[in-house]
Design a protein around this ligand. Structure first.
Ligand SMILES: *Cc1c(COP(=O)(O)O)cnc(C)c1O
Ligand SMILES: [Zn+2]
Length: 428
């Protein structure tokens, strides 16, 4: 293995010499394609083959008791993340340890024996993005970055703006101008600089890469500190296993935007097995997309290894990434585990939101609607085994995408404030 330094042609996300233990038990970055290693730094592309880098560890012996003694947030897994041992005393966010709900009503409706909802709407800014941003923020601060930035489909914008405000670091957030209004407001409220771009998310992402290539000291959470950012998603896998009583589920259904979450949940499961924290047992990973932005599902169905970019057009804006960075790895994970990637129409997405709400009392954003509707479709088409224990992810809060369902629900009647008017309305 050769050790590379960061390519000199790229400006750095920061220039501070790294503290001892700044990244905990992480030892290097490693190319996901050719396995060449690089030192821990604000790099994201392999110097040999330009493949994406991920964090590699020399993991210590970690016990269930160590983890259980930790705080009720993602820092309970700090030994398995690229963060310093003193992370809990930093002014970071404390996302995670969200509820895992037994979903008996939804299970009955779908004919599944045992079903759980991992409900990540309970995070500080109401989506799973708080997990990845917390880890990215830790890295950015260790690099001495002066600006904390991102291109976003909405939820990431919320999480970056909030985490930056709490940490006292300048934020600059780029969004497509057609984003849902609540996601604009819930970003802008934290202060920082919010930039609306006339274009799709993929246009915004390209712009961000260009800025990251020019501006010294900018940490773009999902661009130049992406290897650290992506590690945050492992905690979803850790939590599901721990909350099930330290065992792996047999099937998981996960939404796919860039695909990082899905691939890192799989990485999290395999680390738990390697550490002896759970018994090795087979599990199948399923990916969920909206048909209006389903490049990974299309590649899965066609048997392709490459993902052809698309121009998104779907109500599920938080998943509207037409050129997903982790697309090929999603194909690897779903094929290797015997899962699948499936997509559902916008109409099914809205029905998915209603289904979860009326059966389990959980109001999901459109991404959750995609995942629940995909679960339903996978059962109906016989690809998901209804006898195996299944976990479906709700990654965001329905209050942020109210407009998607606002026209479909409302009061049963509007009446005068009298008992006579109530009985005349014929509601009971
Ligand atoms: C970003 C996002 C996802 C998908 O994340 P990726 O890791 O990019 O696949 C899922 N759900 C919600 C609500 C999101 O905001
Ligand atoms: Zn490489």
């Amino acid at each position: 293995m050769s050790t590379l330094s960061h390519p000199d042609t790229l400006p750095r996300a920061g220039t501070r010499p790294l503290r001892e233990g700044a990244f905990g038990n992480a030892v290097h970055l490693v190319c996901r394609e050719c396995r060449t290693t690089a030192p821990l730094g604000p790099s994201y592309a392999c110097g040999e083959c330009f493949g994406p880098l991920e964090v590699g560890y020399d993991l210590p012996r970690v016990t269930r008791a160590d983890i259980e003694a930790g705080p009720a947030n993602i820092w309970r897994y700090r030994q398995l993340l690229p963060v310093p041992a003193d992370i809990m005393s930093s002014r970071n966010m404390e996302p995670g340890y969200t509820r895992l709900l037994r979903a008996d009503n939804l299970a009955r409706e779908l004919g599944i024996r045992r079903l759980w909802v991992k409900d990540d709407s309970g995070n500080p800014t109401h989506s799973f993005k708080d997990r990845v941003v917390a880890v990215a923020l830790s890295a950015a601060r260790e690099f001495g970055s002066t600006v904390f930035a991102c291109p976003s489909t909405g939820n990431l914008a919320n999480a970056v703006a909030a985490a930056g405000a709490r940490a006292g670091i300048k934020t600059v957030v780029f969004i497509p101008e057609n984003l849902e209004r609540p996601k604009v407001v819930t970003t802008a409220v934290y202060g920082g600089t919010l930039v609306a771009v006339r274009g799709t998310y993929d246009d915004v992402n390209r712009l961000a890469s260009e800025i990251a290539g020019e501006q010294e000291g900018w940490a773009f959470v999902n661009v130049n500190v992406r290897p650290y950012y992506a590690e945050g998603s492992k905690t979803l896998g850790y939590e599901v296993a721990e909350q099930l009583g330290w065992r792996l589920p047999q099937q998981v259904v996960i939404p796919v935007a860039s695909g990082a979450q899905l691939t890192k949940v799989d990485k999290g499961f395999s680390e738990l097995v390697a550490l002896g924290l759970v018994e090795e047992s087979p599990y199948r990973v399923f990916g969920a997309q909206a048909t209006g932005c389903s490049p990974v599902s299309a590649a899965f169905k066609a048997g392709h290894d490459v993902v052809r970019p698309v121009r998104p057009d779907t109500v599920a804006k938080s998943l509207a990434i037409g050129n997903p960075a982790d697309g090929p790895y999603v194909l690897d994970v779903t094929r290797r585990t015997g899962g699948a990637v499936e997509d559902v129409s916008d109409e099914e997405v809205l029905e998915g939101i209603s289904l979860l709400a009326r059966t389990e009392g959980v109001f999901a954003e459109t991404a959750g609607g995609v995942t629940v509707a995909t679960l339903k479709k996978l059962v109906e088409t016989g690809r998901l085994d209804p006898d195996q224990e299944t976990v479906v992810f709700n990654t965001g809060d329905g209050l942020k995408t109210l407009d998607a369902v606002a026209g479909r629900v409302g009061p049963a009647a509007t009446i005068e404030p009298s008992y006579a008017a109530f009985t005349a309305a014929g509601l009971v």
